[in-house]
Design a protein around this ligand. Structure first.
Ligand SMILES: Cc1ncc(C[n+]2csc(CCOP(=O)(O)OP(=O)(O)O)c2C)c(N)n1
Ligand SMILES: [Mg+2]
Length: 595
């Protein structure tokens, strides 16, 4: 039999460099499912528990490799399930290609079983390229373009393939006639740098500054030498947006760590005290954590011109690749002889780390969650890949874990969705089977999807050269991050109807499905738990029973937030007494002498 279109689709993906597809079957992709079997030597299929997880894993793959992550789902319900994971990729600017099935072309428009208007449904999440195939001869250029555009635009693209079309004989070479397309695969990353004149303008602004702050994001990953050299010359401090956490080593004395609600006090001081801001490869969203408008001159470097000058009214916005642009900028920068600003930052950073240590070691009931993250620093191998979930874990991941460029780390930075922690870690294991992966997640996220996805880890870990995939679950029986947001932003007490969630024994569940794990209920068990997890011969779950009353305090509490908190506690918050004690302990530490 002649090659089918579905087989050619996979072959063409392979020619574009795709080696793995995450997905879930259904009759809208029957032809593709058959082809995945026949093409198994070329493309590995990873079967997940839910299509959203396939999209998260595709996004994770893109984050961990820089390649296009690919996911596949059936028409109707499968396609709809993909969406949240695809939006995660779109908002974090990651190249992901979604392939979704559709009912037979003959049936379309007939209110047919599982018929959903997929081109409309996917148009918003894949605005740059969302195409349904009408003819087998389109497959070649649709695949080439979907793959290339995802990389070129750092975004999500989507191919909708009717099942009957996928069964048809393939047409790899369209006829040479009017109205046909003759494409080829391939995309090479360009080297993008601003003009010499603009680099000079940037250097003039930065050289004139006396107190320079640098903010780096995910675009600066891989440019640590250049960022470090620029900071050195300018006597600057460097703050990091969360997606750029591995852009620079946390143990450098002038690195102030994360910024924003999940950020640090030194980052806050850096931004409020600077007279010049250099922002590189970041779309960190919260303007109130950047300098007050007019207080600082600003230079921004970003690969995407659409992202320039929107968070702070920059004096100069430059389109450029972070590494290449900083390389060109460096010789134009002078060495600032007055180091007083830099010294001030370094002393604030040193104080901050002492405070983090003190906060982490405070008693709590029963375990202080910060301590788990703080102790992780002693066990974390240099090549570990970390994922965090949305929730209180993100606070401690941002503040307590010390990372460096040899690590990789991510979370849902912009969509801030719950759920990617475990699937990102699974994608890390497939992309880099020799590296240990650590997922830091809340119990809510675990119940939402993490537990089910452990089944995927159980199914596949035998394929990974190093089987270590560690999931730390913050078992606080609470949707804690939102509980705190309710308290601090709305002044409302904790609502047990919406916030309290059941206690589940996550380590027992892991064991039930053939993995390993431990439940810890006292802080003296933390060390042994990390030790055991990093020595395990299979994926390992640490079910840590932690205190929901330890506040994920923003670096500075505003007056309104303090008032809101007081009003929440004066209401009928069932946990008021414990909260007051914990917040007081945490806050008071900042003001003790010598801190
Ligand atoms: C899909 C989704 N639903 C809801 C939210 C809102 N939200 C953000 S954090 C959070 C609480 C997460 O709870 P859990 O995973 O238990 O972590 P915790 O904060 O308790 O440590 C919620 C509900 C979200 N970000 N994403
Ligand atoms: Mg929770």
């Amino acid at each position: 039999m002649a090659q089918r279109t579905a087989d050619f689709l996979l072959e063409r993906l392979h020619e574009n460099g795709v080696r793995r597809i995450y997905g879930y079957p259904g009759d809208g992709i029957n032809a593709i499912v058959g082809a995945l079997d026949r093409q198994r030597d070329k493309i590995e299929f990873v079967q997940v528990r839910h299509e959203e997880m396939a999209a998260f894993m595709a996004c994770g793959h893109a984050k961990w490799t820089g390649e296009v992550g690919v996911c596949v789902a059936t028409s109707g319900p499968g396609a709809i399930h993909l969406l949240n994971g695809l939006y995660d990729a779109k908002l974090d600017h990651k190249p992901v290609l979604a392939i979704v099935g559709q009912q037979s072309r003959m049936a379309l428009g007939g209110n047919y079983q599982q018929e959903v208007d997929l081109p409309v449904l996917f148009k918003d999440v894949a605005p740059e390229f969302c195409q349904m195939a009408y003819d087998p001869s389109q497959i070649r250029h649709l695949v080439d373009r979907a793959h290339r555009i995802a990389l070129d635009q750092r975004t999500v693209t989507c191919l909708i393939i009717p099942n009957d079309l996928a069964e048809m004989p393939a047409q790899p070479s369209p006829p040479r006639e009017h109205g046909t397309i003759h494409s080829s695969p391939g995309w090479n990353a360009p080297r993008i740098v601003p003009t010499r004149a603009d680099l000079n303008r940037a250097a003039d602004i930065l050289n004139a500054g006396r107190k320079v702050a640098i903010l780096v994001g995910q675009g600066a990953i891989g440019a640590h030498e250049e960022v470090g050299a620029v900071a050195e010359k300018l006597g600057a401090g460097v703050a990091k947006a969360l997606l750029g956490k591995t852009a620079l080593d946390d143990s450098l004395p002038y690195v102030t760590g994360s910024i924003g609600l999940l950020g640090t006090k030194p980052s806050w001081e850096l931004m409020t005290g600077c007279d010049t801001l250099l922002m590189v490869g970041s779309s960190f969203p919260y303007s109130e954590f950047l300098p007050e408008e007019g207080k600082a001159r600003g230079v921004q470097i970003d690969i995407d011109g659409r992202m320039l000058n929107i968070r702070y009214p920059m004096e100069l916005g430059l389109i450029g690749d972070a590494k290449a642009t900083l390389q060109e900028l460096l010789p134009l920068l002078g060495h600032k002889s007055d180091r007083s600003w830099r010294e001030k930052i370094e002393s604030s950073v040193a104080d901050w780390w002492r405070l983090i240590d003190d906060r982490a070691m405070q008693d709590a009931d029963p375990i202080n969650p910060q301590r788990l993250f703080w102790e992780l620093n002693r066990y974390l191998p240099d090549d570990a890949i970390l994922s965090s979930d949305s929730g209180s874990a993100a606070n401690w991941f941002a503040r307590d874990v010390k990372l460096k460029p040899s690590h990789m780390a991510s979370l849902s930075g912009t969509l801030a969705t719950m759920g990617p922690g475990v699937p990102y870690a699974i994608a890390a294991k497939f992309a880099h089977p020799n590296r240990p992966a650590v997922a830091l997640v809340g119990d809510g996220a675990m119940q939402m999807n993490g537990m089910a996805e452990l089944i995927t880890a159980a199914k596949y870990y035998g394929r990974w050269a190093d089987p270590r995939l560690i999931v730390l679950v913050l078992n606080n029986r609470d949707l804690n991050q939102v509980t705190w947001e309710q308290r601090a932003m709305s002044g409302d007490p904790k609502n047990p109807l919406t916030q309290t969630i059941p206690d589940v024994h996550y380590a027992d569940f892991a064991k039930l499905i053939g993995l390993d794990g431990v439940r810890i209920e006292t802080p003296d068990r933390i060390d042994a738990a990390w030790d055991e997890a990093f020595s395990a011969d299979r994926p390992f779950v640490i079910d840590a029973v932690v205190d929901p009353e330890v506040p994920p305090l923003p670096p500075h509490i505003t007056l309104e937030q303090a008032r809101a908190l007081t009003s929440a506690l004066r209401g009928h918050d069932p946990n008021a007494r414990a909260v007051v004690t914990e917040s007081f302990k945490q806050k008071v530490l900042e003001f003790l002498p010598g801190r």
